[in-house]
Design a protein around this ligand. Sequence first.
Ligand SMILES: Nc1nc2c(ncn2[C@@H]2O[C@H](COP(=O)(O)OP(=O)(O)OP(=O)(O)O)[C@@H](O)[C@H]2O)c(=O)[nH]1
Ligand SMILES: [Mg+2]
Ligand SMILES: [Zn+2]
Length: 174
Amino acid sequence: MYENVHESYTELYRRIGYKVFETSVKKVIGIEELKYHLNGKINLFWGQSGVGKSSLLNLMFPGLKLKIGEISDSTSKGKHTTVTVLLKKVDANTFIIDTPGIREIDPYGITKHDLGHYFKEFLQFITKCKFNTCTHQHEPGCAVIKAVDVGDINIERYKSYLKILDTIEEDLFF
Ligand SMILES: Nc1nc2c(ncn2[C@@H]2O[C@H](COP(=O)(O)OP(=O)(O)OP(=O)(O)O)[C@@H](O)[C@H]2O)c(=O)[nH]1
Ligand SMILES: [Mg+2]
Ligand SMILES: [Zn+2]
């Protein structure tokens, strides 16, 4: 739909209601703005291996001296350079947690029919599904599927939802 994939994700997540900072370590873009928003908080950096979490942190806080990895030529993925989770103090009330990259999301303790609640733009539709245990896959009267059909929910987000749903074991408690 969009010409620029990067642009589309920025727009998409802003529309959903997330704060998005566009940064580049190589071109030094967006660094000061991000740093400003970390001030006075406990900040956790989380995401796929090789996306540049540690690089970004080093640029904002050179004292951290975090190890930076390479990207594998064969898979274009990161090599899991950061292997431990450490909480570091960067000033009186600002803390940083760098984390090892993840390969995939494995939601622990979330049931199939709860997952939709973690997709915040689904919330306004979930309450309109015919069944209150709807998992928004094929159930009749599903308001989420309808919202995807008319473009109120982005199809990529819905596909992510289905992919994660697939990794959840059948609910043991229902
Ligand atoms: N072009 C470009 N490359 C970057 C940028 N940030 C990081 N890199 C490169 O991406 C590679 C991985 O960077 P890391 O900072 O180790 O990535 P990470 O997210 O901490 O990876 P893990 O510790 O494995 O989770 C390195 O080769 C960096 O030089 C960026 O903004 N632009
Ligand atoms: Mg790292
Ligand atoms: Zn539904």
